[in-house]
Write a protein that binds this ligand. Structure first.
Ligand code: 3H9
Length: 682
């Protein structure tokens, strides 16, 4: 047995089998050192007469999970990945990929260039480059199309989905799929090749592509429909279509050209930022140990409480639901069951999973039944006195170490904490509706919240498969405070002369998931209006949600009254000409200067309102870092991921443009609406 040590790639020779092992934590990404190590290892095994078959495998948690994303912003350094994969394919000895975990992107491309693939059934493979605004850049489009055909290759490449190896069992992708003991099975497979004398490698690149029955034009419209503003899936389609008849060499050359164009694109920069920002958001500057949470008490079984309960149950927690009356309790339990039935109907869960999760659900009207809970969360209606009283009752029955959480969206958690015996145990867990679907979770740190409670809440978020972001206390926390500012600007533009459709269309065309006025109609215009009406409307701010007030006063509450900013017949949204007259009347009464809006003006005003409020949040220290704001907007408010988030947009525009525009808006609308913030906050 020979052993050669390199920094991240090692080789071992045993019974004529040469094994290459990559060990580059956390996910064996293809850094320059890994690429160089891989080539050196391969060449040395190829040159070694003792070796008949070569295996490429990995240490740690996964086979190679892709190119090293951290290198994307830097000038490329040799050896380039396409050369590495071509060198593997050109090897004169059979090379076997030994796959587990997630073989993604460049990692999957390495496996596709190998002559054989042995994999665990539960392993996942995929070409997720489109999620980073890219296409595969090392032969992935060419080799996958040669192995699984254009239809499946197109689906995998344009969706970027990770697919379980077992689901691809019917294709030619794997030569052996097993449930366990990967190393032993791969070795046995290699021994089998030697025993049969199959030592002349068959190369995927030599295969031709059978596209005779494939309808490219139907496929193109499907890809375009799903792309929703993203460039990369369309480029992927173009590459597959244009290279179907080309040699692997020419196909890879075209693939590489398009990959490099995308790598330098704004969309890819934004999507890579989003990926990095999500990883950052999970990181805390404090050092504290999370307490173990298994049993969760949820008080309030309305839409929010039942959604939160569903989220906890679906992640394997035990849940005790508390309601005030037996009727309310059974309604709450039913809502949770319905959520699970819905998951079953949509194929998101099996009957077995539903039964398993629902077996962990109990309910009561007695707070005493919360005594054993590790975490108790309230999701009752937004009234501070009700919440204060509730936590007083909870503190009388709960374990002293239980973490207590409020799901308030706007209320002052410091104020709630004031009346508590153990304020350090109180944390905000602001879920977004529907809580069992939406990814975002704002973890709110109040003044006295302990580090351990925060660590526990952030760890819980991870277990719930949420994207958790730590924020501080202020009205609306980070997300809803910015959303209020955004909403206010939309309202002002309505009174200045922009029409309802113009605003919604401009913003959805720009990439927002929904138009802000259609959203208001959906959630009910009266809800926000009633909350705002608890205080007098600010005198100085003529635009302040007065369009919404006008709708409510005219009885137009949104979809529920079939009339809001739009009108609805048979559930279909139509424009409402009378809204235009109501708004012009109101604008007249308030003496608001009228102007003609372009789509660009609308998008700019909305975006700059977000940027200004984001700068305010940073100045006030409400978020840990700038990119956290982007994560919140990407996951809670339908901001287009391929635009990176409002603060990423600000950075892309640069200081001169941002400061210039904010100064212009301040001059036009006054300092109260557009206060001065420095770009340095970013
Ligand atoms: C590509 O391959 C292009 C090629 O076609 C052509 C090139 C020429 N690089 O998500 P996690 C880090 S494009 C560097 O928390 P999980 C991540 O930042 C690439 N680092 O774990 C984190 O670090 P930290 C195609 C990476 O178990 C840590 O690993 N590949 C990379 O929930 C753990 O990550 C992809 O797009 C990377 N490629 O999920 C794969 N990937 O601890 C993207 C991860 O310091 N990655 N890290 O915060 C994923 O989908 C998930 O991370 C994965 C693990 C499923 C691998």
């Amino acid at each position: 047995m020979t052993t050669e040590n390199q920094a991240v790639v090692t080789i071992k020779i045993n019974n004529q089998i040469g094994s290459i092992s990559i060990n580059y934590a956390p996910v064996n990404a293809l850094s320059q050192a890994v690429r160089a190590g891989l080539i050196n290892a391969l060449v040395s095994l190829e040159d070694n007469d003792e070796v008949k078959v070569i295996i490429i495998g990995c240490e740690g948690r996964t086979f190679i999970a892709g190119a090293d994303i951290k290198e994307f912003g830097k000038p490329p350094s040799e050896p380039f990945l396409p050369d590495v994969v071509n060198r593997i394919e050109a090897c004169t000895k059979p090379v076997i990929a030994s796959m587990f975990g997630t073989s993604l992107g460049g990692g999957f491309e390495v496996a596709l260039a190998c002559h054989y693939r042995v994999s665990l059934n539960q392993a996942k493979v995929g070409l997720p480059e489109v999620n980073l605004g890219l296409i595969p850049g090392a032969g992935g489009t060419q080799r996958l199309m040669r192995i699984v055909g254009p239809e499946q290759a197109l689906e995998m490449i344009t969706s970027g989905k990770h697919v379980a190896a077992s689901k691809l069992a019917n294709s030619d992708l794997f030569d052996l799929l097993i449930d366990s003991d990967l190393e032993q099975h791969t070795t046995a497979f290699a021994e089998g090749l030697m025993a049969k004398g199959e030592l002349r490698p068959a190369r995927v690149g030599d295969r031709t592509i059978n596209t005779s029955n494939f309808d490219w034009s139907t496929a193109k419209s499907l890809v375009a429909k799903k792309a929703k503003g993203k460039q990369a899936p369309l480029v992927a389609f173009d590459v597959l279509e244009k290279t179907q008849q080309l040699s692997i060499k020419d196909g890879m050359a075209y693939e590489r050209e398009q990959f490099l164009i995308l790598r330098d694109s704004q969309q890819s920069a934004a999507l890579r930022h989003a990926f990095a920002a999500e990883k950052q958001a999970a990181k805390l500057s404090i050092e504290a140990t999370a307490t173990n949470v298994e049993f969760v008490g949820i008080i309030g079984g309305g839409n929010m409480g039942s959604g939160i309960a569903t989220a906890f149950l679906s992640s394997g927690f035990k849940v005790q639901l508390i309601e005030q009356t037996a009727d309310a309790l059974s309604a709450g339990l039913e809502r949770i069951e319905n959520n699970f039935m819905n998951n079953l109907k949509r194929g998101r869960m099996s009957q077995q999973q539903v039964d398993k999760y629902l077996a962990n659900l109990t309910g009561d009207t007695d707070y005493q039944t919360l005594a054993e809970c590790d975490l108790i969360l309230e999701a009752v209606f937004e009234n501070i006195d009700v919440k204060k009283e509730l936590f007083n009752k909870v503190e009388q029955v709960c374990k002293p170490e239980a973490v207590l959480a409020t799901n308030t969206s706007y209320l002052d958690i410091n104020d709630i904490a004031k009346t508590m015996k153990r304020p350090e145990q109180l944390v905000g867990l602001h879920f977004f509706s529907p809580a069992n679907i939406m990814k975002l979770l704002e973890v709110v740190k109040a003044d006295q919240t302990s580090d351990a409670a925060i660590a526990t809440a952030m760890a819980l978020g991870k277990k719930l498969r949420k994207i958790s972001v730590l924020v501080g206390v202020c009205f609306g926390f980070a997300g809803n405070r910015m959303y209020t500012r955004y909403g206010r600007e939309i309202q002002q533009m309505l009174l200045e002369g922009a029409t309802v459709e113009q605003i919604d269309n401009a913003l959805t065309d720009w990439g927002m998931a929904m138009g802000p006025l259609a959203v208001q109609d959906l959630s009910g215009i009266d809800i926000g209006h009633n909350a705002r009406s608890a205080q007098p409307f600010p005198e100085h701010d003529k635009g302040y949600f007065r369009a919404a007030a006008t709708m409510v006063n005219a009885g137009r509450l949104g979809r529920k009254t079939n009339a809001g900013f739009y009108q609805y017949s048979d559930g279909k949204k139509e424009s409402a000409p009378q809204v235009e007259s109501l708004l012009r009347e109101k604008a007249n009464e308030l003496a608001i200067k009228q102007q003609t809006f372009t789509d660009e003006m609308i998008v700019h005003r909305a975006l700059f309102a977000l940027i200004a409020e984001g700068l305010a949040l940073l100045k006030a220290g409400i978020v840990q870092r700038t990119s956290d704001i982007d994560v919140i907007w990407l996951h809670g408010y339908g901001f287009p991921r391929y635009k990176g988030g409002p603060m990423f947009q600000a950075k892309q525009m640069g200081e001169q443009i941002v400061v210039g525009k904010l100064t212009e808006l301040r001059a036009e609308f006054g300092e109260d609406i557009w206060p001065e913030y420095t770009f340095g906050e970013l």
